[in-house]
Structures are given as C-alpha cells and as structure tokens.
Write a protein that binds this ligand. Structure first.
Ligand code: 3HC
Length: 666
C-alpha cells in the first residue's frame, strides 16, 4: 500500500502523505514516513525536508481503527525518533487539522508552517487517552507548561494564529501556496539546522495543573484521562526527556487497556455511524430547508427555534395568544443575551439571530416554510388538529415534523393527506443545549424527508439518531424501564437519595427522583388531593410539586441544591406502610440490577423490533440525550462490559421478562 510519496525540489525533499479521508497514521503511512526520512538521509543533495499532506487535512492522528489490534508496520515512536534526530532540518506544512499523533509528528519536525485556517491540537483526552507518542513531553517544551497543560487536559485544538503566538508554529503560509511557502521556509532553515524539541528547555509554572483540576472538578468527575494527561505534563517538568517518555508510555498503556478509553473510542465511531441511514444511499437527494416554522413558543418551541436561528436559518414562530408569544420571544432574547454576556458571542450576533425570527399569531404564516416543527401540548387530539391544519396551509414538499416525545407518529401522519412528508423530530430539553435529536421514521416517511431531517439535525449542531415508531421511541422508552422499578424500590424500603446516589455515583448527572423533581411531579396529576394511589400523588397532595416550588422528593434552596426532606420521607413511609409490603434493606447492587439492567434489556427489545438501527445508536441517545457517562460508553456498550450472562441471571432473579436476543447472547 503506497500512501506516502516523495518528490525532490532541488535541495528539498518533500514527503507527501495521502491516506484519505483524514491522513491517519495507518501502518503503511508510518512505513512511508520512515522510508521518506531514509531517502532524505541517503541523498547528499537533500539539505532539508518538508512533510506535507494531500487531501483535506494534515495528519489527524493515529489510526483509531488499529487500536486494540496486533501491531503492524514500524513502531510510531521509532519513526518519530528518526525525524527528530535526523541531521537535516524538517518542516511540517500544516493545513486542515494537525491532531493527536498528527501534531506529535509535526512536533518532531524541527519547524512548523501552517495556513491561517489550520487547527492544531491533542484531542486524545476525548478518546480517554493522552498523546502517547511524546506529545505530553514535547508540547511543554515548545509552548510552555501552561498552554501544554490546557491543550492536553481539555483536548480543544487551537487556531494557527494562536499557534504562532505560542510558538507551536513558526510561520504562517498563504492559504493557496502552502507547498511552495513550506519549501521556501525549509530552504531558509538549512543554515539554522535541525532543532529537536526534546532538547528545548521547559518554561512556565506548574500551578496551572492544580488550577485546571479545581476548575474542572465537576466536569471531570469519574474521568481518568484528564488527570493522566496532567500527570504527564507535570512529569515533563521534573524528569529528563527519556524518563518523561517512559512515564508517558506507562500512563498511556494504562489508559489504552482500560474500559474508559474503549468506551470513548466506541462513542467516537458510534456518533459518526448514527448519521448513516440503513438502506438509504448516501447520495439520497435532500430537500432544501431555507425557512423553518415552529408551532409553540413555550420552553420547547423556543429552544428548538434557537438552534435554527443560531445556524442562520430564518424561523417563524407561532403561538395562539399574544401574551404567550411575547413571553416566548422574550425568553429567546434573554437566553441569547445571557450567552453574549458570558462572551460566547457578540451582541451584534444576538441582534442578527433575533432578526431572523418572525413571531406570528397565525398558522397561515407558515405557508412558505420548508420545515415545520410542532411543539404543542402532548395530546394526540391536539396534534392531529395541528397537522390537519398544517396540511391545508403549508406548501407541498415541506416536511411536517412533530416534537412529540411519546406519541404515535403514524397516527399523526394519518391526519394529513401527505404522510410521506411527516416524521418526528424529538428534541431534548433544554432544546438549544442538548445535543440529541431523535428523528422518528414513520411507516410512510419518504426517504428524502428522513435524510433531510438527519442532515438538518447535523447542520444545527445536533447528533441525530433514527428511531422507529413506538411509545417513547428509544430514549424515553428505556427511561420508563428505569423510573418504574425505582418507585417500586421505594415501596420496598429504599430512599430516593439512596437510589439517586447510586445513579450519580455511576456517573449520571442526576438520578430518577431528581429527574422527576426537575420535570415536575404535578405533570398529568388529576389535582384531587383526596385521591392518592401512588407516591407521586401523595407528594402532590401535600403540595410537593418538585423543583418548581422548592419541594418534591427533596427540598431545594434558591440555588436548586437538593437536601433530604424529612417531610417527603414521612409521606413516602406513610404510603408505603399501607401497602403491606415488608420493609427491607436494599443494596446498591440491587438498585443497579433493577434500574439499570432493565434499560439494557429494553435496548435489546428495541433492536429486536427494529426501532433502533444499531446498538451503538442507543448508546448515542443515552449519552447525548440523558447524560449517561461517556466513559461508560452508553447502556449497550456498558451491558456488554457487565456481561450478558450476569445481566440475564439478575433480571430473571427479579422476575423481569428478558429479551430473547439478550438471552441468546448470554
Ligand atoms: N482514525 C481512523 N479513522 C478516523 C480518524 C482516525 N484518527 N479520524 C477520523 N476518522 C474517520 C471517521 O471515522 C470518518 O469515517 P467514516 O466516513 O467512515 O464515518 C472519517 O474519518 C471522517 O471523519 P469525520 O466524519 O469526523 O470528518 P470531519 O471532517 O467532521 O472531522 C476530524 C475530521 C476533525 C479529523 C475528526 O474526524 C476527528 O476529530 N478525528 C479524530 C482526531 C483524533 O482524535 N486524533 C487523535 C487520535 S489518537 C492518537 O493520535 C494517539 C496518539 O497520541 C498515539
């Protein structure tokens, strides 16, 4: 396999990598790089070397698909060593993204030239790893401890401009003449000679390391990789280069062999896989979406609109009452202004986005929209009425989407004369923040409508997943498998806090009862305090509605911090004691077996019924929609780690109906 070629330009040898799509460091690339350096060293006429890449980007990292497989081709560190110790100056010519092993390769080149649009970074932490080919040791020697610690621990790439300021690149080339500029630069460096990064002194203060840990304590809870990255940068400041490399290797090996990185690498591919629609060619024609309509200016409708406005797509938002419309538009403006205050964008941008919003009190104003998303009250009758009306108003060829979180999209579609144009677009609250979008494919949804909804999801920054029609689709269907047994566990003697703590210790942002309090306990409540058939009704009867009025399963202070509520516990105990169920000690393991295993089980049922395209899509739903800890790779990946046999045994012990495919796997 020939993915690296060389070309002589008088006294400069150009090594050119061509390994689409992202020039990852597959074994044959490493081989080609090694051969290229040997050629440069063996030819006396060559005085300097340029390393450049063809296609859309400089090397974007190690080839992740090779991880966990038997090694093939030359060792990466050995190749890098050849570059760094070569007696002729080497210049990396960077465009696109120099990431991970790509930046590590650039850092063993003695000089770096980049185009203004290039980005440089070490995103390994996002894969549960660290730059394990000298990145943590060379970066601090080039940019100083502070910048290196930030780049390694956060994994966010920097711009070429910032790279120039920090010394990561030496010169900015022109966007359309990188090859020539890099060769010219290399010629200038012949007199300077090679400049190995390993020999450069380290500057900067290690105080940044503790600062980063303190600042990110919440965000990094449960994660191993950010800490390992910082430990390596710290080691670089006190160990000689070779010792530092050994330290880095040991930390890298630990992460690579652990379950967190396996989970995060799984998610990298899962996220990209989710965009693919089975049975639909990649080049399925898309419908043009120039203008979007949103019905409902409440929390959901407003949040949904914000996504499109931020992507520069005009939105007409419709409400029935003027007061509600004004309030909804006011909330959108306030949210944007708050973001501007935090420096996320300028006030001009706020005005530009608000300028794209047309508030209206009439559905007739949706006539020329290319996509209309309905976010009204969750009732089949109401939805049918809205879709019946849309059918008469909106132009032909438009996509009509429902933001329903549970209802049957086929039934909604049947209330129109064009079910092929109808689908679900289920956003997650807060809709302008949460990354997940479930695109619900109805029985009659047209292929191009589906492909367009998936594409527009990507355009507005969501991770879109195809779901089939069933109660609650993928996410909420699995959620109820967690919420119901959680209530039952209260009946048997567990406390809300015990159950929630098991979930937050597991890495979820909140447990089942915190979530109920957040959503509001009175949603769907019959409002008759004398009629008490569930714990929830008992709490509502006592005026405990959740976070909204400061008391639900917990008490809340002004900052919405929860504390155990003696009153709520007494209400639960009173209700429980009337049930004649014996009270007993519930272990944390039982909570896992009865609230998390059933979710995995439901995931298998969803797959059996074809309501999700693949197991990894389910993982994407839970990570981006519900905050399942990414280092556990989503419920399906986690289920595999736990072991199907163990899960089936536990589910059967608790008399839970086990999915056939899960049994088969066990
Ligand atoms: N290895 C293998 N395949 C990769 C890859 C990699 N490092 N990076 C991307 N790909 C694949 C993707 O899976 C995708 O494949 P598909 O088309 O079959 O789905 C294809 O390349 C295109 O990727 P994207 O869809 O993500 O394209 P974008 O243009 O949106 O983004 C990118 C390009 C910014 C390079 C993005 O792909 C990315 O962030 N890649 C990962 C970068 C990374 O994490 N590098 C570090 C790797 S670990 C490492 O280097 C260890 C070292 O320190 C020892």
């Amino acid at each position: 396999m020939q993915s690296v070629t060389t070309q002589i330009h008088d006294d400069v040898l150009e090594i050119l990598v061509n390994n689409p799509p992202v020039n990852a460091l597959s074994w044959h690339v490493r081989q080609g790089l090694s051969d290229g350096i040997e050629e440069a060293l063996g030819n006396d006429a060559v005085k300097a070397v340029v390393l450049r890449c063809d296609g859309r980007t400089f090397i974007a990292g190690a080839d992740i698909t090779e991880f966990g497989k038997p090694p093939q081709g030359p060792d990466f560190n050995a190749v890098l060593n050849m570059f760094e110790t070569a007696g002729k100056p080497i210049v990396a010519a960077i465009h696109g993204t120099a990431l991970g092993g790509g930046l590590e390769t650039a850092m063993v080149c003695h000089y770096r030239v980049a185009v203004p649009s290039a980005k440089l970074g070490v995103p390994e932490v996002k894969l549960g790893l660290l730059p394990g080919a000298g990145g943590t040791q060379r970066l601090p020697r080039i940019v100083g401890v502070e910048q290196a610690a930030i780049m390694c621990a956060l994994g966010v790439p920097i711009s070429a401009k910032k790279a120039l300021e920090t010394g990561l690149v030496d010169s900015i080339a022109s966007e359309d003449s990188l090859a020539e500029d890099a060769i010219a630069f290399a010629r200038q460096m012949i007199a300077e000679g090679p400049r190995p990064s390993r020999d450069r002194p380290i500057t900067g203060d290690t105080a940044i390391i503790d600062e980063l840990k303190a600042k990110n304590a919440r965000r990094w809870k449960g994660f191993e990789a950010p800490y390992a990255n910082l430990a390596c940068v710290e080691a670089a400041t006190r160990l000689p280069f070779d010792e530092g490399m050994k330290f880095e290797r040991a930390e890298f090996t630990k992460l690579m062999g652990g379950s967190q990185s396996a989970a995060q690498r799984h998610m990298f591919f899962a996220e990209r896989q989710a965009a693919k629609i089975d049975g639909l060619p990649k080049d399925t024609p898309l419908r043009d979406i120039k203008k979007v309509g949103v019905i409902g200016a409440g929390t959901m409708g407003g949040g949904i609109s914000m996504n499109f406005l931020a992507a520069g797509i005009p939105v007409t938002i419709v409400e029935m009452a003027k007061e509600n419309l004004d309030r909804g538009v006011g909330v959108i403006r306030k949210n944007y202004e708050n973001s501007a205050k935090k420096g996320r964008f300028t006030t001009e941008k706020v005005e530009a986005m608000m300028g794209l919003l047309t508030p209206s009190l009439s559905m007739d104003d949706l006539a020329d929209c290319d996509l209309v998303i309905e976010a009204v009250y969750e009732s089949m009758d109401v939805k049918k009425e809205v879709f019946g009306a849309l059918d008469k108003i909106v132009k032909q060829g438009a996509i009509l989407a429902s933001n329903t979180s549970y209802l049957n999209v086929d039934e909604i579609a049947a209330s129109t004369s064009r079910p092929g144009d109808v689908l679900g677009m289920h956003f997650f609250s807060p809709a302008n923040v949460m990354k997940l979008l479930e695109v619900v494919r109805g029985e009659k949804t047209a292929d191009d409508a589906l492909a367009t909804a998936m594409a527009i999801g990507k355009k507005i920054g969501k991770v879109a997943v195809v779901a089939g029609v069933c109660h609650g689709f993928i996410g909420n269907r699995m959620l109820s498998e967690r919420q119901q047994p959680a209530i039952q566990l209260l009946m048997e003697g567990a406390t809300p806090q015990q159950i929630d703590d098991v979930h937050t210790d597991f890495g979820m942002p909140m447990g089942p009862f915190q979530m109920s309090d957040l959503a509001g306990l009175d949603i769907g409540w019959h409002r008759d305090p004398s009629k008490i058939e569930t714990i929830r009704e008992a709490l509502c009867a006592a005026g405990r509605f959740g976070q909204k009025n400061g008391k639900g399963f917990y008490d809340y202070d002004e900052k919405r911090q929860r504390t155990v509520s003696e009153e709520a516990l007494a209400i639960i105990e009173d209700f429980r004691s009337k049930s004649n169920l014996p009270k007993r000690e519930i272990t944390d393991q039982e909570i896992i077996e009865r609230t998390l295993y059933p979710m995995v089980n439901e995931g298998y049922k969803i797959l059996e019924e074809g309501k999700a395209q693949r197991a990894s899509d389910i993982d994407v739903v839970w990570i981006y929609g519900y905050g399942w800890p990414v280092y556990r790779g989503g419920p399906m990946f986690w289920g595999d780690l736990e072991g199907a046999g163990k899960i089936v045994e536990a589910l059967e012990r608790h008399n839970i109906d086990v999915a056939d495919s899960l049994k088969a796997k066990a």
